[in-house]
Design a protein around this ligand. Sequence first.
Ligand code: HDE
Length: 695
Amino acid sequence: MTDHTSPNAVRGGETHQIADDDHPVLTTNHGTPISDNQNQLKAGPRGPVLLEDEVYREKINHFDHERIPERIVHARGSAAHGYFECTESLADITVADLFQKKGQRTDVFVRFSTVAGGAGSIDTPRDVRGFAVKFYTRQGNWDLVGNNIPVFFIQDAIKFPDLIHAAKMEADRGYPQAATAHDTFWDFIGLMPESTHMILWAMSDRTLPRTFANMEGFGVHTFRFIGKEGKSTFVKFHWKPKAGLASTIWDETVKIAGADPDFQRRDLFERIERGDYPEWELGVQLFDEEFANSQPYDVLDATKIIPEETLPVRIVGKMVLDRYPDNYFAETEQAAFVPSHVVPGIGFSNDPLLQGRLFSYTDTQLSRLGSVNFHQLPINAAKGRAEAAGCPFMNQQRDGHMQMAVPKGRANYEPNSLAKVGEPGGAREDAVGGYKTFPSEENGQKLRVRPESFADHYSQARLFFRSVDEAEQAHIASAFVFELSKVSLEHVRTTMLANLRNVDEDLARRVADGLAMDLPAASPTAAPVLDMKPSPALRIIRGPLEKHTLEGRTVGILIADGTDAEALETLKTAIVAAGGHPMTIAPKVGAVPLSDGSTVKADKQLFGQPSVTVDACAVILSESATAKLLKEGAAVQWVMDAFGHLKAIGSNAAAKPLLDKAGVEPDEGVTDLADFVEAAKKRYWDREAKVRTLA
Ligand code: HDE
């Protein structure tokens, strides 16, 4: 890019860049060429500004309206483009076009989000993550708007505004932002025993995902697949991360929030930039009415899972995210996910939470995006259909705010006979391929009730707690203690303890101990609490999706003046060979002199890149640099946190005094440089008892 500075100083601005072959002519929104983008129109060089200055007025007026209302929930998000590939045909089960042929690809746009915080909040609060997928299928768009937790807090959508009001910042004081550790949230949860299962997940490491690529995704509700003869099969959707499930430790999470509030969106962007494309398998649990009726819970109740050990997840596809959005606002912010947007072959169950969502999302887009034409925004337009049929949508709907299309002719109604006189007559129904609702038999009295079959609020909370690893159980108990310690209303804590007694006596006792409170009597239950068979699939730690690998992971290498050049090169090569991403970190970034007289640029500076931002830590220092860094709090903390967060630490002999000062004790995860790459593939859970007291 050349910098063309106008020689014409009389125009007053310091910098006038003028149009040339690389830069088109700057214009107003109405196409008028602009001669000066540096100065308002004034009456004389020092005179008042003139209202007639359309160039200025238009520019500032547009700027004043640059923001749209943020989403009431899931406001903070980031997204990527990619594709879904069918790996096993489901043609015998659904007519949905994207599942017909092995190898068939469908474009997707996926937005990940936190729930409670505003758009400018942090990436790593303890919070559920949204996992919303828009499939641009050849039969229209299908939005599978899920979360990284397979159950929800409430059973009926009518409670959603109460849940969200209670969870977000408190109405009078305007805080806390992006945190559930406050009175109103726990007041609501304590009084809504149906939320107990989800709150166990929320207090687990599931709400502290390391990166978006390390999360599972779930459709949550029971949906239907609809097959050729109109046969319906119930289905639950699961996304399984190829990078494996991985979470952070609470202390690490809190520190990431300070070190890098954009940690997860940066990771998503950088992974894609590096070609480490985040990938998931799509799995389905398929079942019929008979199976549904034989379970000790109701499959229409979104606070329940179907354990994978009872009904295995069948993998039918994969999703790869390989392109970052070109523009955050136009794509990520304006993306409108709407669960009622399904395609032929996919339908709904009577889950009252799902049914409630079918209304809410279109409605919210009208206030957020401001127009019934939000489907015309490029990110929302049904482009898959455009490829198939030449037009993203064809109907007789017209006009409205921000109408972008220019429909020709007068066929804005149907039926019409205009084609008889040679005029375009517009689109018509497709009785064979068009969307058909599954004709389920429905009858009954109109009632505002909860079915009896939704009454059990504790069995699956117990199932979850008893299924996960001991380390995860300790994290859950500690998370309850942390959150409830921030609750100032003592009766609210007591209610929670009373509810937890129905989940697991040991858990309730540990939380009560952590709060230094007496255990109250258990709260009454509306149904017997069952001891379901533990489900190992629910574990992160020592579970089926925990992966010992360096693939896609970042290894921080602390270096400083005099670092052994050869050792550094050997380590970097070994990390890359294992699929990892080496990141050198030094007190000064510009030039680090190495042992052989050469210099390298460090990737990051020590003070801005604490070890919480990397997955494993190596330290290669000269004796003199070690002596200096012993007096540098950030360096000592770098190593201390790596140890405290159960990460592998590899070092050369000269760096040893720094490890000693940081309190590093020998264990399997503390190695010399030769063994480090292998050791760096996992965390050392057994170390945890040495470094912190858990509830
Ligand atoms: Fe949402 N939810 N939700 N939700 N939800 C929204 O829609 C709502 C629920 C989920 O990246 C809103 O466009 C109701 C469950 C995600 O843009 C809103 C109920 C699940 C996203 C809304 C639920 C979700 C949203 C706000 C109870 C997991 C972000 C902005 C019946 C299965 C999508 C918007 C994105 C967003 C309503 C419960 C997931 C207000 C009424 C259960 C991932 O329409």
